[in-house]
Design a protein around this ligand. Structure first.
Ligand code: GLY
Length: 319
């Protein structure tokens, strides 16, 4: 506790998927994630609320071309970038988001704007209209490496169903699938929780495919717990993962138990994803069925990460 206040907690992710290639790649991703953790945790220490901290964290991760959200988003089958983002604040238990929006630097800002709107989840045309209304500058989130990946796949007639691992700067070959999204979960000094998630999608998907990211399956928060997911959106939707964990905490399980039970079920069902979470007591937990989860956290004392977390456990936590 800080005076009468709660010790803030923070966890972020930059995707889940196949293992990073080599120590240098791990070190580079760690640097990116720690920079975000440090800036957002400093904000939380000033007394900022969880929602603002989550938005800042998502903006920073969207702006880092290493990750598949905002700048550096993967291309869909028709060569276009369509991004999705969602924000949920625990106290108001209010979800907002955008689905398949293009030409904007920070999709999370649209989700933030929609928090106070009567219509809180907008898809393509509606999201584009909102951008116009807000006079948001037109922005192209395309990076050379994403374009090269798409062109490589086009030669192979898109026989891969998922773009390469998000956090690697080298071109990813079709035989090395991975997936990504970014996400932030925070507990602020008033004890409020929030979660935000943002993605460029799976990459190479059909036009109109909808990500889990802007659904409660992929991003959910109440006064009890908050969760952000990453990985194959269809798997996350089928498990309704984020809401499932939060409901289990609401029904009395500890966060560690709720994550463990949910990931055990997911593993039996052959799912491929990861998730990060915090509960109202300040417990931080993460889980994966994929090979790697690119996540880092601040537990109030120190920064840690999950980049080299391997082995048979599906979940882990700090309290
Ligand atoms: N989880 C990101 C997506 O599948 O769209």
């Amino acid at each position: 506790m800080l005076d009468n206040r709660v010790q803030p907690k923070l966890i972020i992710h930059g995707g889940a998927g196949s293992s990073l290639k080599g120590k240098e790649a791990v070190a580079a991703v760690r640097r990116s994630l720690y920079n975000v953790i440090e800036e957002v945790y400093d904000l939380l220490l000033t007394g900022a609320d969880a929602r603002d901290a989550v938005v800042l964290g998502c903006q920073l991760l969207e702006d880092d071309p290493r990750f598949n959200a905002g700048t550096g988003s993967v291309l869909q089958s028709d060569g276009q970038i369509r991004m999705s983002a969602a924000l949920m604040e625990g106290n108001s238990q209010r979800f907002s988001g955008v689905i398949n929006v293009g030409r904007v630097q920070n999709p999370i800002n649209l989700a933030k704007f929609l928090q106070d709107s009567a219509d809180r989840v907008l898809s393509e045309q509606g999201a584009a209209e909102l951008l116009r209304e807000l006079n948001a500058p037109v922005y192209n989130p395309l990076t050379d490496i994403r374009l090269q990946e798409w062109m490589l796949e086009r030669q192979d007639n898109f026989d891969k169903t998922m773009a390469g691992v998000v956090a690697e700067r080298e071109l990813v070959k079709a035989s090395e699938p991975g997936r990504g999204t970014i996400g932030v979960v925070a507990l602020d000094s008033q004890g409020c929780l929030a979660a935000g998630t943002s993605t460029g999608g799976k990459g190479f998907e059909r036009i109109g495919r909808v990500s889990d990211c802007a659904m409660p399956a992929g991003n959910y928060a109440t006064t009890k717990a908050a969760v952000s997911c990453t990985g194959i959106g269809e798997d996350i939707i089928d498990e309704c993962l984020a809401a499932r964990v939060v409901v289990r905490v609401t029904d009395g399980l500890s966060l560690a138990e709720a994550m463990q039970r949910s990931f055990t079920e997911a593993s039996h069902n052959g799912r491929d994803f990861g998730a990060i979470s915090i509960d109202a007591t300040g417990a931080i937990a993460w889980g994966k069925t994929s090979q790697v989860l690119l996540s880092a956290y601040h537990d109030g004392d120190r920064i840690g990460d999950t980049l080299e977390w391997q082995g048979d456990e599906l979940t882990n936590f700090v309290v």
